[in-house]
Design a protein around this ligand. Structure first.
Ligand code: BQF
Length: 301
């Protein structure tokens, strides 16, 4: 069965729109998100546009703050301090990746964790690890939401995560292995957890054998066709987080998106599988909006 992330994301956007309309009807202000974009990476520009459009649809105010690619770390830090102290803004993100001359961790560490709606500050990551209330990184939050809404349990299951990034691999591994009662408020995915998690990466030996023992494979490696049919146990769930641009002169934009899974051959073997596009990607956007509303309720007076 194909997991329709686009459909679920649309349903959740409808729920968020109603929540915000109800707030407004009580005379409260709308939540507000700011997005800081540095440089002109075409993929990043698309992602930011997706975020602004989705915010407009649900009634979250959104502001794009653009800097050119030669912007210094100090200029960016000044902007972050300004946003930290701007009471009209509930949350903000710095779109990644940043240009090479800017230290990502320096920038992320400067964000007030109460406004860190990407959940990437050391404070939020640490709180997530400790099972404390926190803002969870958008893509892992979206993956949990998909598993929950499709009724895919994780208790006692073997989850194989491929990829060890701070954005996806590490946090999703952490969340799915946790005791559910330690997990985070305000999530429909609150009962997920209790999995046995194996994290694989570029130096893992015999990835295929490890994957064949998985009940759930979550791949965020950035490598087209990394997961093939022979690596998937029949009936297993396959969550494809990869977003790879493949040149395709026949496509309107000159490229098309593929994930990290050989979808055509894996789909007939898998019990559940997410497509690319239309799987995890739209959920990442929705999670950012959920995080913004969470920050509004928990941290804004
Ligand atoms: C879809 C991202 C890698 C590095 C930085 C919908 C998005 C993508 C695909 C999107 C991503 C990927 C985002 C689809 C945001 C997800 O229909 O399949 C939405 O906008 N994403 C990002 O902000 O930074 C990234 C991937």
């Amino acid at each position: 069965m194909i997991i329709d992330g686009k459909q679920i994301a649309q349903t959740i956007r409808g729920e968020l729109r109603e929540q915000i309309a109800a707030l407004r009807a009580e005379g409260k202000r709308a939540p507000k998100l700011a997005v800081v974009l540095v440089g002109h990476n075409p993929a990043s520009e698309t992602y930011v546009a997706n975020k602004l459009k989705a915010c407009a649809e649900v009634g979250i105010k959104a502001e794009k703050i653009a800097y050119d690619e030669y912007t210094t770390e100090q200029t960016l830090l000044n902007e972050i301090h300004r946003l930290n102290n701007d009471d009209s803004i509930d949350g903000f993100i710095v779109q990644l990746p940043l240009p090479a001359h800017i230290n990502e961790l320096t920038i992320l560490s400067a964000i007030d964790y109460r406004k860190d709606v990407d959940g990437l500050t050391p404070e939020n990551v640490g709180r997530t690890v400790q099972g404390l209330p926190s803002i969870v990184s958008a893509t892992p939050r979206g993956i949990r939401e998909l598993l929950a809404r499709y009724g895919i349990p994780t208790e006692g299951k073997h989850v194989v995560v491929i990829g060890r990034s701070n954005i996806v691999g590490k946090p999703i591994a952490m969340l799915l292995m946790q005791r559910p009662y330690l997990s985070l408020p305000g999530m429909s995915a609150a009962s997920l957890g209790d999995a046995t998690v194996t994290v694989c990466h570029s130096k893992t030996q015999d990835l295929a054998s490890i994957c064949r023992t998985a009940d759930i494979i979550i791949v965020a490696a950035g490598s087209p066709n990394l997961v093939t049919a022979s690596m998937v146990k029949p009936g297993a769930t396959v969550i494809d987080v990869g977003i790879n641009r493949i040149d395709d002169p026949a496509s309107p934009r000159g490229y098309r998106l593929v994930g990290d899974v050989d979808f055509e051959h894996v789909a007939p073997v898998a019990g559940f599988i997410t497509p690319v596009p239309g799987g995890v990607g739209p959920m990442t956007i929705v999670s950012l909006m959920q995080n913004t509303i969470q920050a509004y309720h928990e941290y804004t007076r």
